[in-house]
Design a protein around this ligand. Structure first.
Ligand code: SF4
Ligand code: SF4
Length: 107
C-alpha cells in the first residue's frame, strides 16, 4: 500500500532537483506532480511499504497505511525523525495513539 500524502504538509520539496521522497524510493515510485506540486506514488501496486520515503520526508507529509493483515483500515504508522532516534507514532483503528522511540544504529 503506497504512503498517504498529506497535501497540506507536502511542499513538493521546492528548490530541490529531486524531492526527498523520490530520492529515497528504491523502486523509483514517488514523483511530484507538475500541476499540483505535490507528491504522489505513480505505481501504487508496486510499493512494498519499505517506508524509506516516509522517513526521508522533511515535512512529515507522508504516512504509512498499515496493510489490513496487520492493522485494518485507518491504522497508521508515522516516524518522527530525530538526530539519533526515531519516534514511531502508531494510531490504531479506533484512533488511539501510541509512541515508541528507538535509538538509531550508529557505527
Ligand atoms: S519529501 Fe515530503 S515534502 Fe518533499 S515532495 Fe515528498 S512528500 Fe512532499
Ligand atoms: S514505501 Fe518504499 S517502495 Fe513504497 S513508495 Fe515509499 S520508498 Fe517507495
Amino acid at each position: 500500500m503506497p504512503p498517504k500524502v498529506d497535501i497540506r504538509r507536502c511542499t513538493g520539496c521546492a528548490g530541490r532537483m529531486e524531492s526527498c521522497c523520490e530520492e529515497a524510493c528504491p523502486g523509483d515510485l514517488m514523483a511530484v506532480h507538475p500541476d499540483t506540486g505535490k507528491a504522489y506514488c505513480r505505481a501504487a501496486n508496486e510499493c512494498w511499504d519499505c517506508m524509506s520515503c516516509v522517513k526521508n520526508c522533511p515535512a512529515g507529509a507522508l504516512e504509512t497505511k498499515i496493510p489490513y493483515q496487520i492493522g485494518y483500515y485507518k491504522a497508521t504508522l508515522r516516524p518522527i525523525m530525530g538526530k539519533t532516534s526515531i519516534t514511531w507514532k502508531c494510531r490504531d483503528i479506533y484512533g488511539k495513539e501510541f509512541s515508541y522511540t528507538c535509538i538509531n544504529r550508529t557505527r
